[in-house]
Design a protein around this ligand. Structure first.
Ligand code: PEP
Ligand code: MN
Length: 268
């Protein structure tokens, strides 16, 4: 496929979220639960991830679940809980949108609007986000090529919103030992094809908490501009994705190790 990416600058795009710069010198860390479940839950997790060094709090409020019988999220009250918890800790926040009609609501409550893997080709939503006043984190669809992913980003950019951050989160392959297969090569490939920042989601790729650390290390070593990691104080009772969620102490240890890794990378 001939990918017609419209380069607007000769250098790399930096997406600014308050004082944060995605695609700048330092990688940035987004962390939090898969879903916002309660005020107690999101407040506690926000405090833990802040202390460990994350800059952005994640938490789904509108959940696109494979089963209609699974927890669907707290919706608007969930977004408000996420935003309040982030503000209290001095964190930015991000949540996933599934309906373009909710854009004004997201603009009010979050700093970054997430488009999930299942909506990467929802072109109506992408076009509407081209007019949104907030940056967009665009996850790669798990059955999509890198070129299709970059063209989806173009839908947002063509609408006038150039603040797009890409997120590799694993693709579906014949390998069944992890939930998805993290396409680590996509990170350097995207960097040669596009000026957009690219981060990695090791949690959804892995599906298991024990793989999150090695995949995170690989992502930063491959040049990712940041990570988005699921963290939960009580993974066993999480409403969604408990198996891949790190306990706060494991996340803190990972952040310490990533600091060491960054010093090694910078020495190269
Ligand atoms: C998520 O981040 O909560 C999520 C649903 O991820 P993905 O869209 O990558 O499956
Ligand atoms: Mn999840």
């Amino acid at each position: 496929m001939n990918v017609d990416i419209h380069r607007r600058s000769s250098g790399r795009n930096v997406v600014r979220v308050g004082d944060l710069a995605f695609g700048g010198h330092d990688p940035l860390f987004i962390a939090g639960p898969c879903s916002v479940e309660s005020k107690t839950q999101i407040d506690a997790i926000a405090a833990h991830v802040k202390k460990a060094g994350a800059q952005v709090l994640r938490g789904g409020a509108f959940k696109p679940r494979s089963s209609p019988y699974s927890f669907q999220g707290l919706n608007e009250p969930g977004l408000k809980l996420l935003s309040a918890a982030a503000q209290r800790e001095g964190l930015a926040c991000i949540s996933e949108i599934v309906d373009k009609g909710d854009i004004p609501l997201f603009e009010r409550h979050v700093d970054i609007i997430q488009v999930g893997a299942r909506n990467m080709q929802n072109y109506d939503l992408l076009k509407a986000l081209g007019k949104a006043k907030k940056p967009v984190l665009l996850k790669r669809g798990f059955a999509n090529t890198v070129d299709e992913w970059l063209l989806s980003a173009e839908y947002v950019i063509a609408g006038g919103n150039e603040n797009v951050i890409l997120c590799e989160r694993g693709i579906r392959t014949f390998a069944s030992t992890s939930r998805f297969t993290l396409d680590i090569a996509s990170v350097p490939i995207v960097k040669t094809k596009s000026p957009l920042p690219v981060i990695v989601d090791p949690s959804h790729a892995a599906g298991r908490y024990d793989l999150v650390r090695p995949l995170s290390m690989a992502a930063l070593a491959a040049g990712a501009d940041g990570l988005i990691v699921e963290v939960h104080t009580d993974p066993a009772s999480a409403e969604s994705d408990g198996a891949q969620s790190l306990k706060p102490e494991k996340f803190a240890a990972l952040m310490r190790d990533l600091k060491t890794l960054r010093r090694c990378i910078e020495g190269l």
